[in-house]
Ligand binder design. Structure first.
Ligand code: FES
Length: 79
């Protein structure tokens, strides 16, 4: 299984507009699937790209307007 580094923008705009749910989903998904050794989850501060948020980086690739559905397909593509 590939190793993923997922960085979630925790700035107030991204967080309020979906990253709170995205983060909760990720934590639950990692727990349920027992893949905490494969996914490294990090938070980051606002990068002034709020207009395209919620923003999440996966292995350095930037994803915009991320919701839980999009997150699921990003994980499935990369894992
Ligand atoms: S809050 Fe995420 S880029 Fe500003």
């Amino acid at each position: 299984m590939a190793k993923l580094n997922i960085t979630v923008c925790m700035g107030s705009s991204c967080f309020a507009r979906g990253n709170q749910e995205n983060l909760a989903f990720l934590e639950e998904y990692i727990k349920q699937n027992g893949i905490d050794a494969n996914i490294e989850l990090e938070g980051m501060r606002c990068e002034n790209k709020c207009a395209s948020g919620p923003n999440i980086y996966v292995n350095g690739i930037e994803y915009n307007n991320v919701d839980v559905e999009k997150l699921k397909s990003i994980i499935n593509e990369n894992i």
